[in-house]
Ligand binder design. Structure first.
Ligand code: ATP
Length: 328
C-alpha cells in the first residue's frame, strides 16, 4: 500500500441517507487500522470551503452505526460549483495537510468530485449514499434497503386503514427518475398497481385495472406512485381523475415524503456501509482515484466516477411481470 498518503478527509454531501454514519465510521476506523490520520469535513463541500474540519480517531465514531442521517451534516453548496469556491476548498485541504478524500453522496456529489480532482491533484473515492438506488456501478446504494423497509412498513399501516374503510389509496413514494423504490415496495406490500417513471401504464389501463379489482371482490386497493411517474398526472390529479371515472371508490392520497430518508439503517445497509468504507480507504492507499466503490454480484468493486454518474441503473423488468401476476 502507498505510504504517500498520511491524512484522509471524509464528508457527506447532497441528500442524506441511512447508512451514511456507518460509512463514516468505517472510513475513520479503516484509517486508524492502517495508521493513517482521518479528518471529518462538516457540511460537505461548503464545509470544505469554510475549513469546517475535525480530527477523528477510532473512538470519535462510537455509537453511530445505528443512527440515521449524517453526524457530519450535509449541505448543497453553490459556491463549490464556481472555480473560486473550489480554489478556497483546495487551499483549506492543503493547509490542513489532507492528501485524499472520501466523498459520500449521490451523482451531484460525484460530479463535483470529478471536476475537483481534475483541477487539483487530489485523489478522491466516492461511496454511493442515496436512497434512490439510481447510480451505475452498484446493485445497491447506501440507504436504499432501509428506505424499502420504511416504505413497506408505512404502506402496511395505510393498508390497515384502507381495508377498514373500503378505500382506494394512492401512495406517493420517492423516485423522480427511477422506479426502484416504487416497484419493490409495491410488490413487497402487495399493491394493485405500481406507477413508475420507466413505464407509462396509461390512464385507461389504470381505470380498467381498478375496475377489474372491484369486480374480483376487492374492497380496498393500494396504488403506488413514484414521484416521477410519467402517466401525466400528479398523485392528487390522479385521485380526482379516478373519483370522476370510478365514483364507487372512496379515494385517498398519502405522500410519504421525507420520512423515507430517515431512520436507523437496516443490517444490510450497515454491512454494506462497512464494506464500502474499508474498500474506499484501501483503494486510496492503493493509489486509486476517481472511482466509486460499489457492490456487484456480492463483490466490492470500483467504477470510474464518470461512468457512475451517467444514466441510471435499470429496473428489473421481470418485477413488472411479477407485479401484474400478483394483482390478478
Ligand atoms: P442526491 O442524489 O441525494 O440529490 P447528490 O449528491 O446528487 O445527492 P446534489 O445536491 O446534486 O446532491 O450535489 C451535492 C453537491 O455537489 C452540490 O451542492 C454541489 O456543491 C456539488 N456539485 C454538484 N454538481 C456540481 C458541479 N457540476 N460542479 C461542482 N460541484 C457540484
Amino acid at each position: 500500500m502507498s505510504t504517500n498518503i498520511t491524512k484522509i478527509g471524509v464528508f457527506t454531501s447532497g441528500g442524506d441517507s441511512p447508512g451514511m454514519n456507518a460509512a463514516i465510521r468505517a472510513v475513520v476506523r479503516t484509517c486508524a487500522y492502517h495508521n493513517k490520520q482521518c479528518v471529518a469535513i462538516h457540511r460537505g463541500y461548503q464545509g470544505m470551503i469554510e475549513g469546517d474540519f475535525e480530527e477523528m480517531n477510532a473512538r470519535s465514531v462510537k455509537a453511530i452505526i445505528n443512527r440515521g442521517g449524517t453526524i457530519l451534516r450535509s449541505a448543497r453548496s453553490l459556491e463549490f460549483k464556481t472555480p473560486e469556491g473550489r480554489a478556497k476548498a483546495y487551499n483549506n485541504l492543503k493547509e490542513n495537510e489532507i492528501d485524499a478524500l472520501v466523498a459520500i453522496g449521490g451523482d451531484g456529489t460525484f460530479t463535483g468530485a470529478m471536476i475537483f480532482s481534475e483541477e487539483y491533484d487530489i485523489p478522491i473515492i466516492g461511496i454511493p449514499g442515496t436512497i434512490d438506488n439510481d447510480i451505475k456501478g452498484t446493485t445497491y446504494t447506501l440507504g436504499y434497503d432501509t428506505a424499502l423497509n420504511t416504505v413497506v412498513d408505512a404502506i402496511d399501516k395505510i393498508r390497515d386503514t384502507a381495508s377498514s374503510h373500503d378505500r382506494l389509496f394512492f401512495i406517493e413514494v420517492m423516485g423522480r427518475d427511477v422506479g426502484h423504490i416504487a416497484l419493490n415496495t409495491g410488490i413487497g406490500a402487495g399493491a394493485e398497481e405500481i406507477l413508475i417513471p420507466e413505464e407509462n401504464l396509461g390512464l385507461d389501463r389504470l381505470l380498467e385495472s381498478l375496475e377489474k379489482s372491484r369486480r374480483s371482490g376487492k374492497t380496498s386497493s393500494i396504488v403506488i406512485v413514484a414521484e416521477g411517474d410519467n402517466i401525466g398526472k400528479n398523485v392528487f390529479e390522479l385521485k380526482d381523475y379516478v373519483n370522476e371515472h370510478l365514483p364507487f371508490y372512496d379515494v385517498r392520497v398519502s405522500v410519504l415524503g421525507h420520512m423515507q430518508r430517515g431512520g436507523s439503517p437496516t443490517c444490510f445497509d450497515r454491512v454494506l456501509a462497512s464494506r464500502m468504507g474499508v474498500k474506499a480507504v484501501e483503494s486510496i492507499l492503493d493509489g486509486k482515484s476517481g472511482f466509486m466503490v460499489g457492490l456487484l454480484q456480492d463483490k466490492m468493486c470500483l467504477t470510474p466516477l464518470e461512468q457512475a454518474v451517467k444514466g441510471h441503473t435499470e429496473i428489473d423488468r421481470e418485477l413488472l411481470r411479477v407485479s401484474d401476476i400478483m394483482s390478478v
